[in-house]
Design a protein around this ligand. Structure first.
Ligand code: DON
Length: 569
């Protein structure tokens, strides 16, 4: 305890000094996260963070806590937490071993390349986003079973039970949750052809209790039967019945075939750090690695946080990386990805040699295309470190807010709309404005390309940071900035999480600027360089943990952008 308070004193002094440095962000509230010695859990919802830390306290490791948190978020944070979706885990064990688990959804066996096109080859609006045809075969439950079987300590039942309790006892809605549910009331009715338990004629308000009775029964089946509690038996029957009623194409064969995949993590050095992130079918790891490697050739520390010069360099790197993403990346089980080339220093040096000081390169000169961003979305990330130093970084999603909005009748859970992450027609933008080609075309049982970037950073071969965020296409650039904010701009973990962000993704050719990220002088300089700027309310919703020099942990939740909470002990 004494150690912690003296640390805090040093930190506050440090923070006060840092505030005087060039271009440090102004923080209204806390500039330091939650300091703990034995474990840290950072999630998008306080109930899930509490459950995670309780599991650590009762002798569970980071993997046990991750499983409990995944199920707890499925109840407390239904817009993104899920059992009807998928995700990715990146981990680093206390002995330094690293790896990843891919529990991304898959295209159904009956899926075809042109399934979202009409007879003239035009995209049928909304078909890949809402209702039964938008649904990929869910991976989350299989993923949690795999993670627990390989690395868990505590009995499975003990990890699912807290979510059962939440579902049965009800969850008191926060303002964020009530507002979000209200936004989608009509969508729920339209997609399900009826009101569902998430509808409330009077509208939800903060303090209302939302009971999840059917979900509780489903979670009990998962608790008692593991994988079989979801992919066969009563849950599978209810899932298939709902999909059939809504003309879906997923069958029992799809559920039987679904298996998550252990994959080697993407690992690249950055100075005396190592970036460990998610390989394909996420584009996140390769793109982040390209950005970090590209950044090594510039003195971003000296050019400063969110200055015109820094934003210019980072934007130009992003533009080129996202163009590569659209062309080369897809499910590695289906397409050949030139991973080694994309990450090689020679390739990157050559690729980035066209970056000119003080001048934007138009995206049309990098590659052609025209796109727009359509819908608001949600995903969720959580970061966990246990007493021994095992670290787990998980990003999980239904894709859009509440996914396809289709609820499994009698089973109480929502199904994802992950099929929209495929390139449903070459060059046609998905809901994030991302374009793609053959590499990410739909095929039976293929996984759709993702941007999710659960990441772990080592410093001098030791665990240093666990980080990730939702945000669709903006995930990669938010993780990139957050890492640099700590490493190059000397921020605490909390400052880096709170810091205002920007984003460029090649197409559309514009820089998204989070409200408050830059002043007018910087804005004008960027415009003079040739950039089109677009202001957005919010970018990133980071959940991160930093290991401090004395071995304690700083858990930093994105509390300025949501209900996100860090707990430690
Ligand atoms: O896998 C992907 O990249 C997307 N389905 C993630 C969606 C997302 O982050 C939405 N969140 N804000």
């Amino acid at each position: 305890m004494k150690k912690i308070s003296s640390y805090l004193l040093i930190c506050f002094t440090l923070v006060a000094c840092q505030a005087k440095k060039k271009n440090q962000p102004q923080q209204e509230k806390s500039t330091i996260g939650v300091i703990s010695s034995n474990g840290s859990v950072v999630t998008a919802h306080p109930l899930a963070s509490q459950i995670g830390v309780d599991i650590l306290k009762s002798g569970g490791n980071a993997f046990d806590a991750a499983v409990a948190v995944q199920f707890a978020l499925a109840v407390s944070y239904p817009r993104a937490g899920n059992i009807g979706g998928g995700g990715f885990a990146v981990f680093r064990n206390s002995n330094g071993d690293t790896g990843s688990l891919d529990f991304r959804e898959k295209a159904p066996l009956a899926a075809t390349k042109d399934m979202y096109l009409d007879k003239d080859g035009e995209v049928i609006k909304g078909l890949s986003l809402k209702g039964s045809l938008a649904v990929g075969v869910p991976g989350s439950v299989d993923g949690m079973v795999e993670l627990h079987q390989k690395y868990g300590n505590l009995p499975w039942e003990e990890l699912v039970q807290p979510a059962v309790n939440l579902a049965e006892n009800g969850v008191i809605l926060t303002k964020f949750e009530a507002d979000k549910l209200n936004t989608f009331q009509e969508n729920f009715k339209e997609v399900n052809n009826t009101s569902i338990y998430l509808n409330n004629e009077k509208g939800w308000i903060k303090g209302d209790t939302l009971y999840h009775q059917n979900l509780a029964s489903t979670l009990k089946r998962i608790r008692d039967k593991g994988r079989a509690g979801f992919y066969s038996g009563a849950t599978a029957q209810l899932l298939l019945k709902t999909l059939k009623k809504h003309d879906g194409i997923i069958t029992q064969g799809d559920l039987d075939h679904y298996h998550s995949v252990w994959r080697e993590a993407i690992e690249v050095p950055y100075k005396n750090y190592k970036i460990i992130s998610m390989p394909p079918p996420s584009s996140g790891g390769i793109a982040l690695a390209q950005l970090m490697e590209g950044s090594e050739n510039y003195d971003l520390k000296n050019s400063g946080y969110n200055t015109a010069e820094t934003i210019h360099i980072m934007t130009e790197l992003e533009r080129r990386v996202y163009a590569d993403r659209a062309t080369f990346l897809g499910d590695p089980d289906y397409v050949e990805i030139p991973q080694e080339m994309l990450l090689s220093k020679d390739y990157l040096r050559n690729r980035n040699s066209s970056i000119l000081p003080g001048k934007a390169t138009p995206s049309a000169e990098i590659k052609e295309g025209k796109v727009d961003i359509i819908e608001s979305t949600e995903t969720t990330h959580f970061s966990i470190v246990d007493k021994k130093g095992n670290a787990v970084s998980i990003t999980t999603t239904l894709n859009g807010n509440y996914g396809s909005k289709l609820l499994v009748e009698g089973a109480g859970f929502l199904l994802n709309n992950e099929m929209d992450d495929f390139s449903i027609k070459p060059g046609h933008p998905n809901q994030f404005g991302l374009v793609g080609n053959e590499a990410n075309a739909i095929e039976a049982e293929k996984r759709m390309l993702s941007s999710m970037t659960p990441t772990i950073v080592e410093k001098d071969h030791q665990l240093f940071m666990v980080v990730g965020t939702p945000g669709g296409s903006t995930i990669i650039t938010s993780v990139y900035q957050t890492i640099l904010n700590v490493i190059e701009h000397g921020m605490t973990m909390q400052e880096a999480v709170n810091a205002k962000k920007f984003h460029h993704q090649w197409l559309p050719d514009q820089v998204l600027i989070e409200k408050g990220a830059i002043d007018n002088g910087t804005r004008n300089k960027l415009k003079e360089m040739g950039y089109t700027l677009k202001d957005v309310k919010s970018l990133g919703k980071m959940e991160a943990i930093l290991i401090l020099p004395d071995g304690t942990m700083e858990g930093a939740a994105d509390y300025t952008r949501g209900d996100d909470t860090a707990f430690g002990y």
